[in-house]
Design a protein around this ligand. Sequence first.
Ligand SMILES: Nc1ncnc2c1ncn2[C@@H]1O[C@H](COP(=O)(O)OP(=O)(O)OP(=O)(O)O)[C@@H](O)[C@H]1O
Length: 501
Amino acid sequence: MGKRSHNAEPTELREKKKSKSDKHSGSTKEKTSDKENGNSEDQAAYSQSIALSGLPQSQIDQFLDKNVIKVTDPSPEGVKFRPLISFDYLPPGDDNLYAPLKSFPAPTPIQAATWPLLFAGRDVIGIAETGSGKTLAFGLPCLKKLMESKRNKKPSHPSTVIISPTRELAMQIYDQLVKFADVVKAGVTCVYGGVRKDEQREALKKAVIVVATPGRLKDLMSDESVNLSKVKYLVLDEADRMLDKGFEQDIKEIIRPMPVSRRQTVMFTATWPRSVRDLAAGFMNSPVTVTIGGDPSADPRANTRIKQEVEVMDGREKEGRLIQLLNRSQRGSNNPEKVLVFCLYKKEAIRVERLIKMKGFKVAGIHGDLNQADRFRNLEAFKSGTATILVATDVAARGLDIPAVMLVINVTFPLTVEDYVHRIGRTGRAGATGHAITFFTEQDKALSGGLINVLKAAKQNVPEDLLKFGTTVKKKQHDAYGAFFKDVDTDKKATKITFDD
Ligand SMILES: Nc1ncnc2c1ncn2[C@@H]1O[C@H](COP(=O)(O)OP(=O)(O)OP(=O)(O)O)[C@@H](O)[C@H]1O
């Protein structure tokens, strides 16, 4: 929990003097108008439940303080919805949609704070730690919209697009949506590169919600297999990755046919570097920014339930130390814990996987040199526990929700501190604790300042050896930021630049 001073701005959500319009509308129900939202068509109005409006303000304030929730709304009215602190306060909806929520005790803070805004049709930037339920934060409103639209008419073109940087994450979002609302299964489809297009083209004919990686979606647009001119709800998951150099152009092309006046644009992430913020603003309409856990302008923040250890070493010591750590975590138990090992380059991942296999451990790998079927199969083997160690490049750094990953080992430091935060965020999810061990060598010293700040912000030990590399945070990001994660369509001829994924 952060300090109270971090939380200075939620006063916007606290009791305010009633404006003229509030007085006219009464205190229990507040409907957003289309004009306020800048969204003209089919915008579902959101009515705050009477029970939620009736709660004492102190209870709302306590929730905001405890979870360090900051909501910044640029519109003249400011923030007027209370967070949905319990599932009981959700707007009326289909039982099929809400029933699976019963497996959770309460909405997570990012869900509680963003749902009212999303139901009300506002553009939202949601920033919250890894593993904090962001998928459902943007997913539930989109499923609700789908169910409502199904009742009204049969759509001819997709109304919702969710874009994700990797194929595995796209598939995971798709799985979560259909698991959540099986009844809408027919209306949801997932398109990504590395597999044939024919089935995807067929599925797109009936799709209302499309989950996609950018490269394949762009291809399917250009051969007119999908028309995005009717899209009203656009989500960029892992938004900072989607807006960085590797993807920026694709995203611009995908968004072009979607009319801004009718589009609700939603961005979610655990890290929100300054470098992408202006670009994000250009795609959005008066967005409300919701931050959980502290100031978004500060350094990237890691989930505080993860114990972070950094071991400064010579590069030649890495393999020996890795095997030592794996021996400790895998041997002597019938049920060895799941360990995710990150490498930076594909060749390195292949070499490390081979080494681990040679030592007799149950290991699988995931990186851009594998074909898509192998990527899915290996990820599944790790999820199911057939393999207890997964060696991955940064293709697995973001978003993947793999149950019970107990330890993340960074054999080679990533290209940015944001990626570090996402990598270690594969452990310690949904309220659990986690552990991350990072090997750091002189070669990585340009990132020592950023890493030190992440460690300090999460109240972790900073080794003396790391401090020696310097505490300055270098502004310039690696030029390849983003390029290592791009899903390249294997149906296409190779171009000059080849990406890691
Ligand atoms: N209200 C809730 N209570 C408890 N667990 C939840 C709740 N909502 C979602 N979860 C679970 O929390 C886990 C993490 O959620 P999710 O993958 O959406 O995290 P995320 O914030 O998107 O993480 P990342 O930043 O790594 O992408 C999932 O297993 C999900 O089922």
